[in-house]
Ligand binder design. Structure first.
Ligand code: NAI
Length: 249
């Protein structure tokens, strides 16, 4: 039997990268999926490729009204929402002294406020329980210079996940965070070009960048009933990045 049969999912940031990979995997496993993003053209194209089990909806995750409308559309098209993947995210790289407060707020608005608004918006649509997957990062587990805003948002997601798990467990809603390492998507290509391939080869236990499809497998597990006893937990998929400390040669 398909692993997400009968599930209705909202996936944010689903126009590309890890979100699109998760949407493809979810539909292949029997879910009906509302793909949400601000990149409307590419998002609609991914949804069209997935056929009747998928719809696209414009959703800026930092805007509460967009969330209310997206949940309504998901319910009208497919029924009550059982899975939310808070995947949309943006990266801003700059040292603290050169981080403009407006950029700091922009990152927190999408990554942190967006995750909060998403969890809040789906609650009324999950009367029978559900699974919320919040995409954090290895930057939500440890620090890296030049990521002050991004790291603040990703640590926040890790903490909010635990609060939500504790509040929502009695309602049958599980909430977990995912912590990818360096994944070969537009986000990383835009920030570092191909330079990270050499870095990954020499520094990571697995010697390579991760693929969006590999994170989708983890998100699928957390969305499915196979993870029925997992909540409030951190799931790392980083090729061994956080296995080392800074004294490692
Ligand atoms: P990506 O840049 O390919 O995809 C991000 C998607 O989010 C894009 O489609 C973009 O249009 C969308 N988005 C941006 N702002 C939005 C908003 N306000 N509302 C709705 N959608 C919005 O990057 P990727 O790698 O697929 O990122 C997915 C998640 O994984 C993000 O939360 C990112 O922070 C996280 N992550 C990525 C890592 C990587 O190495 N690529 C590592 C660790 C975490």
């Amino acid at each position: 039997m398909a692993r997400l049969n009968g599930k209705v999912a909202i996936i944010t940031g689903a126009a590309g990268g890890q979100g699109a990979a998760a949407a493809r995997r979810f539909v292949a496993e029997g879910a009906r999926v509302l793909l949400a993003d601000v990149a409307d053209e590419t998002g609609a194209a991914v949804a069209a490729e997935l056929g009747a089990a998928a719809r696209y909806r414009h959703l800026d995750v930092g805007t509460a009204a967009d969330w209310a409308a997206a949940v309504r559309v998901a319910e009208q098209e497919f029924g009550p929402v059982s899975v939310l993947v808070n995947n949309a995210g943006i990266l801003h790289l700059a040292p603290i002294a050169e981080t403009d407060p407006a950029d700091y707020e922009r990152v927190l608005r999408t990554n942190q406020l967006g995750t909060f608004l998403g969890m809040r918006a789906v609650l009324s649509s999950m009367p029978g329980g559900g699974s919320i997957v919040n995409v954090s990062s290895v930057e939500g587990l440890a620090g890296m210079p030049g990521t002050i805003a991004y790291s603040a948002s990703k640590f926040a997601i890790r903490g909010m996940t635990k609060v939500a798990a504790l509040e929502l467990g009695a309602r049958g809603i599980r909430v977990n965070s995912v912590h990818p390492g360096v994944i070969d998507t537009d986000m990383v290509r835009a920030a570092a070009g191909t330079a990270l391939h050499g870095f990954a080869k020499s520094r990571l236990a697995l010697g390579r960048l991760g693929r969006a499809e590999e994170i989708a497998e983890l998100v699928l597990f957390l969305a499915s009933d196979e993870s029925s006893y997992c909540t409030g937990a951190e799931f790392v998929a980083d090729g061994g990045a956080t296995a080392a400390h800074s004294l490692a040669p």
